[in-house]
Design a protein around this ligand. Structure first.
Ligand SMILES: NC(=O)c1ccc[n+]([C@@H]2O[C@H](COP(=O)([O-])OP(=O)(O)OC[C@H]3O[C@@H](n4cnc5c(N)ncnc54)[C@H](OP(=O)(O)O)[C@@H]3O)[C@@H](O)[C@H]2O)c1
Length: 306
């Protein structure tokens, strides 16, 4: 595993993190094995959210921590809040405070290293969010703050009010879903791929030392599921297979290495619940794709370049 210093923090994080969204329907024994495998692979970063499995994902993870308290000091735990199922989004101070208290209880820990606001709330009052961050930091419940799925403008607005740096923006990114990369390379063209859908979020985050975390790294979309072996992505899978043979790894390892090859130090969050797949994914840290291989994969996913 490779590690880097997370800008504006004292945290040294693994390039690959384990996302815990899909563990809710696993048994405690399965989650225990998955967490142990992650630690054995050198993964020290674990991503949660209060809504994953309606709280069940955090609860199962907390049970593993209860059984293995020695794991906690090896872990950087991040959770998210403010998506309210069936209602939508809530950045009110009361909601954020209650959400964090609930997460800490379920995770069986007295603090998380990082808290992210999960999706933008149209009714966000940044002053109120700043007050919540103050209380959470001062009580020792949260060390660092970030966001997910936020535009540069939304981040800048929050940053204007809070004294704590926004250190993370967690965004959807894979070879197939590369919206944040497409528009920059197609700038000033008439095609659909030239449309800037996120306000230049990739450059903004790099300019401001905000680490991008990639979610759904082997998914085409929610509707299609993974692009691995998907009949609609034959060309991409052929290139993935060829590179997998060359590097003696699996296509999923190559797809993860594609994210890590970007010089922005994007942290890849894998959502696998399989220890075998996790070991394969972690191998991506040992592979550096060539410049041409990175572009071959991009083009094989069906996107144009001028
Ligand atoms: N901020 C947000 O809005 C947001 C949204 C979605 C997700 N997330 C975060 O990102 C994490 C990852 O999201 P995701 O689960 O959609 O990502 P993903 O890693 O793309 O996983 C999607 C599916 O691909 C399969 N897969 C993963 N690695 C594989 C491998 N090496 N070989 C074969 N199949 C593999 C998994 O099934 P198997 O279990 O069978 O391997 C999983 O069901 C989540 O856990 C969550 O922490 C954040």
């Amino acid at each position: 595993m490779k590690y880097y210093d997370l800008p504006k923090t004292d945290l040294k994080v693994s390039e690959i993190a384990l996302g815990c969204m899909r563990i809710a329907d696993k048994s405690i024994e399965e989650v225990e094995e998955l967490v142990k495998t992650a630690l054995d692979c050198g993964i020290n970063f674990f991503d949660h959210a209060d809504i994953y499995g309606g709280g069940k994902s955090e609860e199962l993870f907390g049970q593993v921590l209860e059984k293995h308290p020695e794991y906690r000091e090896k872990m950087i735990i991040q959770t998210k809040c403010a998506i309210v199922p069936g209602k939508r989004y809530d950045f009110s101070k009361e909601y954020i405070m209650n959400a964090v208290n609930g997460s800490l209880e379920r995770l069986h820990t007295d603090h998380v290293e990082i808290l992210l606001l999960h999706r933008p709330d149209a009714l966000c009052d940044p002053q109120e969010v700043a007050e919540a961050f103050d209380e959470l930091y001062e009580s020792g419940k949260v060390k660092y703050f970030g966001v997910s799925n936020h535009t540069p403008g939304q981040i800048a607005l929050l940053q204007k009010y809070t004294k704590y740096p926004i250190i993370i923006n967690q965004l959807q990114l894979s070879i197939v879903h590369s919206v944040m990369i497409d528009s920059g390379m197609n700038m000033n063209m008439k095609e659909e791929f030239a449309i800037d859908k996120d306000g230049g979020v990739l450059d903004y985050c790099r300019l401001n030392d905000i680490t991008i975390q990639a979610w759904s790294i082997v998914q085409a979309s929610w509707a299609e599921g993974t692009f691995l072996n998907h009949p609609d992505y034959k060309k991409l899978n052929n290139v993935l297979d060829d590179l997998a043979k060359k590097y003696n790894v699996t296509p999923a390892t190559i797809a993860t290495a594609w994210i890590l090859r970007h010089p922005a130090h994007i942290q890849a969050i894998t959502g696998t619940t399989s220890p075998k797949h996790l070991i394969e994914t972690a191998e991506a840290a040992n592979i550096e794709l060539t410049r041409q291989e990175w572009y071959d994969l991009y083009l094989a996913s069906g996107k144009p370049l001028p």
